[in-house]
Design a protein around this ligand. Structure first.
Ligand code: BQF
Length: 304
C-alpha cells in the first residue's frame, strides 16, 4: 500500500485562517482582541523555538501576545506571582507556561496555579476533568486536540475503530485517549493505551486501525509493529543531534518503513507539530469568547 501523507502544515494553515477571520470579527463586532501571555523560564533551546512559533502564530492570527522571559534560577514563588498577576489581567485571555520547566521547579503546582478559564494549554486538573466527563466548556490540550482536528479534516473516521495510543503523559497520551473515547463523530473509538511497562507491545500495536505514537523515542515504531492499511499519527518531536550546527527532527515512527504499509501517515516535521500551534490559537480565541458570554449574562449597566 502506498500511504497518503497527511499534510499537517496545510491543515494547520486552514485552521489558522479560520481563527484569524473569527478574531477579526470579535474585534470589529465586540471590540475584544484575544490576548495570550507566553511564559518562558530558562534557556532551553527547543523551548525558545516553540515559544517563537507561538508568538509568530499570534501575530498571524491577530492575537495580542506578551512574552515573559524569566531566568533559569527563578523561584517557584516568583513564577506563581507572575501567574497571579496574569490571572487578574483583563487583556490576557490565555496563559501559557512553556514546558518543560527547569529544575527544581514543580510543574504540577505551577500548572495548577493558572486560572482554569485561562488555561489554554488544558493542563489544569479542572480541564482534564472536564475532558474526562465530555464537558465542552473546558480546554483540551493543544496536541491531542490537533490530532483530532487533523483526522477530521483528512476525512479519517474513528467511530468503532481500534485506536492504540502509545504513551500516557498528562500532556498528550492521556488526553488523547480520553478524546477518542468521547461520544460523537471523530471519537467513539475502542481505545487501548500502551506505555513503557506494556508487555508485548507489537502484538497490541498490530491490532491498531489508527496508531497514535507519543512516546518520545525516535523511530521506535517499526514496520513489523503495524498492520497493512493502518493510519499512523506521529506525535514525536525528537531532536537528533547531528555533526552540523542544526539538529534534525525525528518522529517516534520509522517513516519510510511504516509508510510502506500504512494507508495514511503524518510526517515529522510538518505533521502534528503545526496543528499544536494552530489549536493554541483556537483555544485562545475560545477563552476570549467565553469571557464575552459571561459579561452578556451580567450587563454592566442598567438599560444595556
Ligand atoms: C513541525 C513540544 C515536546 C516537548 C514540549 C511545528 C512545533 C514543532 C514542530 C512546535 C512541542 C512540539 C511544542 C513543528 C510546540 C510542537 O513543523 O513539525 C511546530 O512549536 N511545537 C511545545 O511547545 O512544547 C513541546 C514537544
Amino acid at each position: 500500500m502506498s500511504a497518503k501523507i497527511i499534510d499537517g502544515k496545510k491543515i494547520a494553515a486552514e485552521v489558522l485562517a479560520e481563527v484569524e477571520r473569527d478574531v477579526r470579527r470579535l474585534k470589529e463586532e465586540r471590540g475584544i482582541q484575544p490576548g495570550l501571555a507566553v511564559v518562558l523560564v530558562g534557556e532551553n533551546p527547543a523551548s525558545r523555538v516553540y515559544v517563537r512559533n507561538k508568538t509568530q502564530a499570534c501575530e498571524r492570527a491577530g492575537i495580542f501576545s506578551q512574552q515573559y522571559n524569566l531566568p533559569a534560577g527563578t523561584s517557584e514563588a516568583e513564577v506563581l506571582e507572575l501567574i497571579d498577576t496574569l490571572n487578574h489581567q483583563e487583556n490576557i485571555h490565555g496563559i501559557l507556561i512553556q514546558s518543560p520547566l527547569p529544575e527544581p521547579l514543580d510543574e504540577d503546582s505551577i500548572f495548577n496555579a493558572v486560572d482554569p478559564r485561562k488555561d489554554v494549554d488544558g493542563f489544569h486538573p479542572v480541564n482534564l476533568g472536564k475532558l474526562a466527563l465530555g464537558d465542552p466548556t473546558g480546554f483540551v490540550a493543544c496536541t491531542p486536540a490537533g490530532v483530532v482536528e487533523l483526522l477530521r479534516r483528512a476525512g479519517i473516521e474513528t467511530a468503532g475503530k481500534h485506536v492504540v495510543v502509545l504513551g500516557r503523559s498528562r500532556i498528550v497520551g492521556k488526553p488523547m485517549a480520553l478524546l477518542m473515547l468521547l461520544k460523537g463523530k471523530f471519537a467513539d473509538a475502542t481505545v487501548t493505551i500502551c506505555h513503557s511497562k506494556s508487555r508485548d507491545l507489537p502484538r497490541i500495536t498490530r491490532q491498531a486501525d489508527i496508531l497514535i505514537a507519543a512516546i518520545g523515542r525516535p523511530r521506535m515504531v517499526q514496520a513489523d509493529m503495524v498492520k497493512e492499511g493502518v493510519v499512523v499519527i506521529d506525535v514525536g518531536i525528537n531532536r537528533e543531534e547531528t555533526a552540523g550546527e542544526k539538529s534534525k527532527l525525528a518522529g517516534d515512527v520509522d517513516f519510510e518503513a511504516v509508510a510502506a504499509k500504512a494507508s495514511a501517515i503524518t510526517p515529522v516535521p510538518g505533521g502534528v507539530g503545526p496543528m499544536t500551534i494552530a489549536m493554541l490559537m483556537s483555544n485562545t480565541l475560545k477563552a476570549a469568547r467565553a469571557l464575552l458570554k459571561k459579561s452578556a449574562a451580567t450587563p454592566a449597566r442598567a438599560g444595556l
